[in-house]
Design a protein around this ligand. Sequence first.
Ligand code: NDP
Length: 281
Amino acid sequence: MSDRYAVIGNPIGHTKSPLIHGFFAQETGQDMSYGAIEGPVEPASGFSDSVKRFIAAGGRGMNVTAPFKLAAFAMSDERSERAQLSGAVNAMKFEGGRIIAENFDGVGLVRDIEVNLHQPMVGKRVLILGAGGAARGALLPFVAARPAELVVANRHVDKARALVEQVARSNTAGGSLTACGYADLAALGRFDLVINATSASLTGQLPPVPASVFSAGGSAYELAYGKGLTPFLRLARDAGVESIADGVGMLVEQAAEAFAWWRGVRPETRALIERLTVPLD
Ligand code: NDP
């Protein structure tokens, strides 16, 4: 029988993970199946019961999406440093009766920016909007990419401060790492790269970011994907930003990291990113 994998979330109908991993399995010749499971939100034990059932049925690994990333963290036996720092898990491996947990969202994002979009962060001024789960997962890989300055802005500024404080302990790369509110941004000048890691675009909203943060010739990255030109990307484009991108590359790259972790072979991602990309204008 093929090795079994799945993504679990609620709702799960929108997921592209079975398509992505099916494509990877075919490309690399791996004998595996990959399905989608809608985990119950109620009762509180519903998520962990679903995972345990999947393991009992021979499951080898799972991706985890909203709203279960924290519950997956809580039920894991071993967690990578990235998972520990973000407090969230997006991939699990089941081995010898243990649940091993990872978070590949941040490495997927950094790889998309640096490798696919050819925008190395070393020495740059980088601004991240948002301090939710995705920003938490991204921060450690961002610090490792050695920007000269990394600023995290959030509506609830205390969340951004707490996150920066936590990551600062692992910041051996030496760049500046600070937190602020949106009202402070106008005084901070232009950034080479601005990343929208808020969920504002999911409801067609714009985080209250001033156009003065963008550099003509710089880059803007929207974590949401498949939404075309979001209000954030439109603001960036109108401010003269040269490179704009959405999160489809991040989605495929984090999947490729999980696939390599499970199967020991890293699939090619370029063709799939092209296939899944929704034009931005
Ligand atoms: P969370 O719910 O954990 O965090 C939401 C964040 O958005 C918080 O910082 C919140 O601020 C902020 N926010 C929400 N609405 C607004 C608004 N109107 N103005 C300003 N800030 C706002 O979400 P995630 O971190 O999990 O997801 C963030 C985004 O990343 C989503 O668009 C999601 O789809 C995308 N994503 C993409 C992935 C990919 O592979 N491409 C993977 C994971 C996520 P506050 O704390 O002040 O409330």
